[in-house]
Design a protein around this ligand. Structure first.
Ligand code: NZQ
Ligand code: ZN
Length: 386
C-alpha cells in the first residue's frame, strides 16, 4: 500500500427526517444564500422543509442552476453573493447544485483574475479561500456531499472541467434517503452507475498489496449491484434507498482512494461527451468504461480477473476469456438499469471523436493509472464504443 494522508472534515447527518436538523448547523449570525436547481426541491417538499426549519433566519435564494452547471450561471451567483455580502452558502439539490455552490464559494473570494482559472488550473493551488458551504443532498450519485470536487461547464466554449480543493468541502451534508422516493428512474439508474464507476476508477488499476482497500471497494460494488435494482423496482423501499445513498457517498469521499493508484480516464473522456452532446454524466461513463476495460486489459489484468471473480463469480476460461466475460457482465448490468453503452445509441458522430482527440492532444498529458493513455489511445477507446 502507498503512503497516504487522509482527512475528511464533512459532518454527515444521515437518515429519515433529518432535513430539519439544518437549523442546528447553520451559523445563526450568517447571511445565507440557498442555492438550488430547476425547481425539483419545490415539487418534492424539500424546499419547504428547509425554509420551515430555518425560520426566522433570513435566507436569500439563487435558483435555476442547471444540470451540468454552467460557469456563466455560477458567475451570476458570484455577483449576487458579493452584492448581498453573503457569508454562508446552503446547497439544496443534487450534485450539480452542490458543485455549482462549491465553485461559487471559491470564485466569490478569488483574487487572481478570471475564476475560470480555478478550473483550467485545476483548483488546489488556486483556491486559497472559499465561503463556507452546507448541503442538503437530494440525489445520491456524485459523492460531492463528502468531497472537495466540483465539475463545471463553460457553455460558451463547451468545456467541462473539474477542480478539487479541501476548502470547498461542505461543513455538513444532510442525507435523507427519502429524497430518493421522488427521483425518476433515469436519475436513480444514473446515480447507481456513477457511484459504481467512481469505485471502479479507484479499484480497477493494478495491485499494490492493499487487500483492505480492495475489499472496501468490492463491498460498495456488490451493494450497488444488490440494492440498486431494488430501489429502481420500488422507490419507497427505505432500507435499499438508505444503502444506495450511503454507497454513493462512500464511493467518492476519499476513503477507498487512500493508499492505492487511481485511474479517472473514464471520467475525463466522459466529460467531453457531456460537453459536446449533453449526455448525462453517468451515461457517458457507461459508454466509455467498457472500452477502457478492453483496451487497457494488460495494465489492468490482475484487477480485472479479481473483479470478474469476486464481483461476478467468473472462474472458468483463459485469462482473456475471463476478462471478456467481466466486461460483458458489466455492460449487461448497465443495460439492465436502462443505460445504453455505445456511442451509436446516442447518435454521436465520428467527428466528435476527432474533436475529442484534438482536445486531449492540445491539453497534453496522459490519462490512466499509469499515465499512458495519450490522445491516440483516447481515440481508439472511443472508436471501440461506436
Ligand atoms: O435541477 P432540479 O430541478 O433540482 O432537478 C434535478 C435534475 O433535473 C433532479 N433531482 C435532484 N434531486 C431530485 C430530483 N428530482 C426529483 N427528486 C429529487 N430528490 O435530478 C436531475 C439531475 O440532477 P443533478 O444534480 O444534475 O444530478 P447528479 O447529482 O447526478 O449530478 C451530476 C453532476 O455532478 C458532476 C457531474 O459531472 C454532473 O455535472 N459530478 C460531480 C462529482 C463530484 N463533485 O465529486 C463527481 C462526479 O463524477 C460527477 O462528475
Ligand atoms: Zn462521476
Amino acid at each position: 500500500m502507498y503512503n497516504f494522508e487522509y482527512r475528511n472534515p464533512v459532518k454527515v447527518i444521515f437518515g429519515k427526517d433529518t432535513i430539519p436538523k439544518v437549523a442546528d448547523e447553520i451559523p445563526t449570525n450568517a447571511k445565507i444564500l440557498l442555492t438550488y436547481g430547476g425547481g425539483s426541491i419545490k415539487r418534492t417538499g424539500v424546499y419547504e422543509q428547509v425554509i420551515n426549519a430555518l425560520k426566522p433566519i433570513e435566507v436569500l435564494e439563487f435558483g435555476g442552476i442547471e444540470v451540468n452547471p454552467h460557469y456563466e450561471t455560477c458567475m451570476k451567483a458570484v455577483e449576487f453573493v458579493k452584492t448581498e455580502k453573503i457569508d454562508f452558502l446552503l446547497s439544496v439539490g443534487g450534485g450539480s447544485v452542490l458543485d455549482a455552490t462549491k465553485f461559487i464559494a471559491a470564485a466569490a473570494l478569488y483574487k487572481n483574475g478570471d475564476p475560470w482559472n480555478i478550473l483550467s488550473k485545476r483548483g488546489n493551488e488556486e483556491v486559497q479561500e472559499a465561503l463556507p458551504i452546507g448541503a442538503v443532498l437530494t440525489l445520491p450519485a456524485t459523492g460531492s456531499e463528502m468531497n472537495g470536487n466540483a465539475v463545471i461547464t463553460k457553455y460558451s466554449t463547451l468545456e467541462k472541467m473539474a477542480f478539487s480543493s479541501p476548502k470547498v468541502m461542505p461543513q455538513f451534508s444532510i442525507l435523507d434517503p427519502e429524497c430518493i422516493f421522488t427521483l425518476p428512474d433515469k436519475q436513480v439508474a444514473n446515480g447507481i452507475i456513477d457511484a459504481f464507476i467512481h469505485v471502479i476508477e479507484q479499484y480497477l488499476t493494478f495491485d499494490v498489496n492493499s487487500p483492505i482497500q480492495d475489499r472496501f471497494a468490492e463491498s460498495i460494488l456488490t451493494t450497488l449491484i444488490e440494492e440498486g435494482p431494488k430501489v429502481l423496482a420500488n422507490r419507497k423501499d427505505y432500507e435499499s434507498a438508505a444503502n444506495f445513498m450511503w454507497s454513493a457517498t462512500m464511493a467518492l469521499n476519499g476513503l477507498i482512494a487512500t493508499g492505492v493508484p487511481q485511474d479517472w480516464a473514464t471520467h475525463m473522456i466522459g466529460h467531453e461527451l457531456t460537453a459536446f452532446h449533453g449526455i448525462d454524466h453517468a451515461r457517458t461513463l457507461a459508454i466509455v468504461l467498457p472500452g477502457i476495460m478492453d483496451i487497457k486489459r494488460d495494465n489492468k489484468k490482475g484487477k480485472l480477473l479479481q473483479y470478474g471473480q469476486r464481483i461476478w463469480g467468473i472462474t472458468s476460461g483463459t485469462e482473456d476469456e475471463k476478462i471478456d466475460a467481466a466486461i460483458s457482465k458489466t455492460v449487461e448490468f448497465f443495460e439492465s438499469l436502462g443505460l445504453p453503452t455505445t456511442l451509436k445509441d446516442y447518435d454521436v458522430p465520428n467527428e466528435t471523436i476527432a474533436k475529442i482527440k484534438i482536445r486531449f492532444e492540445e491539453r497534453g498529458g496522459k490519462l490512466g493509472e499509469k499515465a499512458d493513455i495519450d490522445f491516440n489511445e483516447v481515440e481508439e477507446i472511443l472508436i471501440s464504443r461506436m
